[in-house]
Design a protein around this ligand. Structure first.
Ligand SMILES: NCCCC[C@H](N)C(=O)NCC(=O)O
Length: 467
């Protein structure tokens, strides 16, 4: 007779409490990630940034994760030292990065910066404040991604065999609340305080609260460790370099990773430019324009748990990812059509994009846990996020450059902070077509994943809940 051990994770209330504690920091992290997005035009006018400077700063999020392999190290730290240590470390790193970002955009840095390697120009003249803010964002990005993989691993640990996809979905949804808040609070905050850095100060405060709340999670998680040790349940968490090779040999893992980088390259960088797109294409002020992209994380935050729960109960994870990718392409293609400039269309499209942005993540992250064993999961999530960060870093750079090179449609005089300022106008057709192309290739990988699952039997189309 198999002995059934009751631990904290078997108590429903405890599991959900753990989810709340872990998710709050997610909200704070996601808020700061996107808090500058509605301020693109303000940065261009107040800090004399070009669209290229803004794209450069935005790409900062991925610099250290990608080039210094920080995400890979984060995965190793997570699998070796566990979720409690890694969670605390990641929040401290986020706070440090947020502080540098605050410093850069609060008027302490001016002038331009360029970089040469011999006669080769590595970096064209760029506003120094964009470079320092980018460095802050790069430090923050290390912490934010480290926290993301930690949260996923913690949730999988507490919810495996139970409501795993729903819980991962709810955790992501809480992050989306942060993104939604980042879409419509920064402009009013800046208007109210007169400081461009006000949203960053708010984020710093939120992160400090998040730190304290995460410590409470630590107490419960430690208790679970003790219970499992007493019950003889071992968690084989030691990281081994072989893990990377084992994961890398898995074809389904690469399909899901490719789908991830392509899908998110068409969503996260889109969010960064969306407020400006709405201002330019639909001709409304940035105060209200932020409300429309906010519908994207807002509908995603409601729907992600719904799709997660559907996946838990009915399965069909791979099919959900195919359908989500199709919706993504549909939306971006319609956004690229210049004559479709009715505001209601924009609202409708953003909401459909919100559906896509719920479907793919709600099925993708739990599916990684079905392809890769739990003891390698931290490393696996880190490897997926590492590849994804190439997109999060490279695509804003690409879009910023494309905007400045090919999409300037004119200049208008606008009153900003009581001063008449010249504001550059952009046509977003080419950037939207670029986003649609990413979505097109994502569909291909979603089909390949579905096919591989049918061949190898990972159970992506089967429910997650053990009946
Ligand atoms: N806006 C925060 C960026 C988080 C990136 C992270 N690697 C990720 O993909 N998380 C899952 C998600 O769907 O947000």
């Amino acid at each position: 007779m198999e002995q059934i051990h009751k631990t904290l994770r078997d108590a429903k209330g405890m599991r959900w409490l753990v989810l709340i504690l872990v998710s709050f920091t997610m909200l704070c992290a996601y808020y700061l990630t996107d808090a500058m997005a509605p301020l693109q035009e303000r940065c261009q006018t107040s800090l004399s940034w070009s669209a290229t400077d803004y794209g450069f700063f935005t790409s900062g999020y991925g610099w250290f994760n990608v080039f210094l392999l920080m995400l890979v190290f984060s995965g190793m730290i997570l699998d070796k030292l566990g979720v409690r240590f890694t969670g605390v470390l990641s929040i401290i790193i986020m706070i440090a990065g947020a502080f540098v970002k605050y410093w850069a955009i609060s008027g302490h840095v001016d002038g331009t910066f360029e970089m040469h390697l011999g006669s080769y120009q590595l970096l064209a003249p760029t506003a120094k404040s964009a470079v320092v803010a980018g460095l802050g964002f790069a430090i923050f990005g290390v912490g934010c991604e480290m926290f993301g993989i930690t949260a996923n691993k913690a949730v999988v640990r507490w919810f495996r065999g139970k409501e795993m996809a729903l819980a991962i979905g709810l955790n992501t949804s809480t992050g989306r609340i942060g993104t939604a808040l980042a879409m419509f609070t920064p402009v009013p905050l800046v208007n109210m305080t007169g400081h461009l850095s006000a949203p960053v100060i708010l984020s710093l405060l939120l992160l400090c609260i998040g730190f304290l709340i995460f410590l409470l999670f630590g107490v419960l998680d430690k208790k679970l460790d003790k219970e499992e040790a007493a019950a003889g349940i071992s968690s084989d968490d030691e990281f081994k370099f072989r893990d990377i090779i084992d994961i890398a040999k898995n074809k389904a893992f690469w399909y899901i990773t490719a789908l991830c980088v392509l899908f998110y390259s068409a969503v996260f960088p889109f969010i960064k430019f969306a407020t400006n797109l709405i201002v330019q294409k639909f001709g409304i002020s940035d105060t209200f324009a932020g409300y429309i992209p906010a519908l994207l994380p807002f509908s995603a935050l409601l729907l992600t748990p719904l799709f997660g729960s559907m996946y838990d109960r009915r399965g069909r994870g791979a099919s959900i990812m195919v359908l989500g990718s199709l919706l993504l392409v549909f939306v971006h293609l319609l956004f690229s059509i210049p004559s479709l400039n009715n505001l209601y269309i924009a609202v409708g499209l953003v909401m459909v994009l919100g559906v896509a942005f719920s479907m793919v993540p709600s099925a993708m992250w739990p599916s990684v846990a079905k392809i890769i064993p739990e003891n390698k999961l931290g490393t696996a999530y880190a490897m997926v996020f590492w590849v994804q960060n190439w997109g999060i870093m490279g695509v804003p750079l690409l879009i910023g450059n494309v905007l400045d090179k090919y999409c300037i449609s004119g200049h208008v005089q606008k009153m900003v902070d009581g001063k008449m300022i010249e504001v550059t106008q952009y046509n977003y057709t080419i950037p939207m077509l670029i986003f649609a192309c990413f979505g097109g290739v994502a569909i291909l990988f979603a089909f390949l994943l579905k096919h591989e699952d049918a061949k190898k039997g990972y159970g992506l189309e089967r429910p997650n809940i053990n009946k």
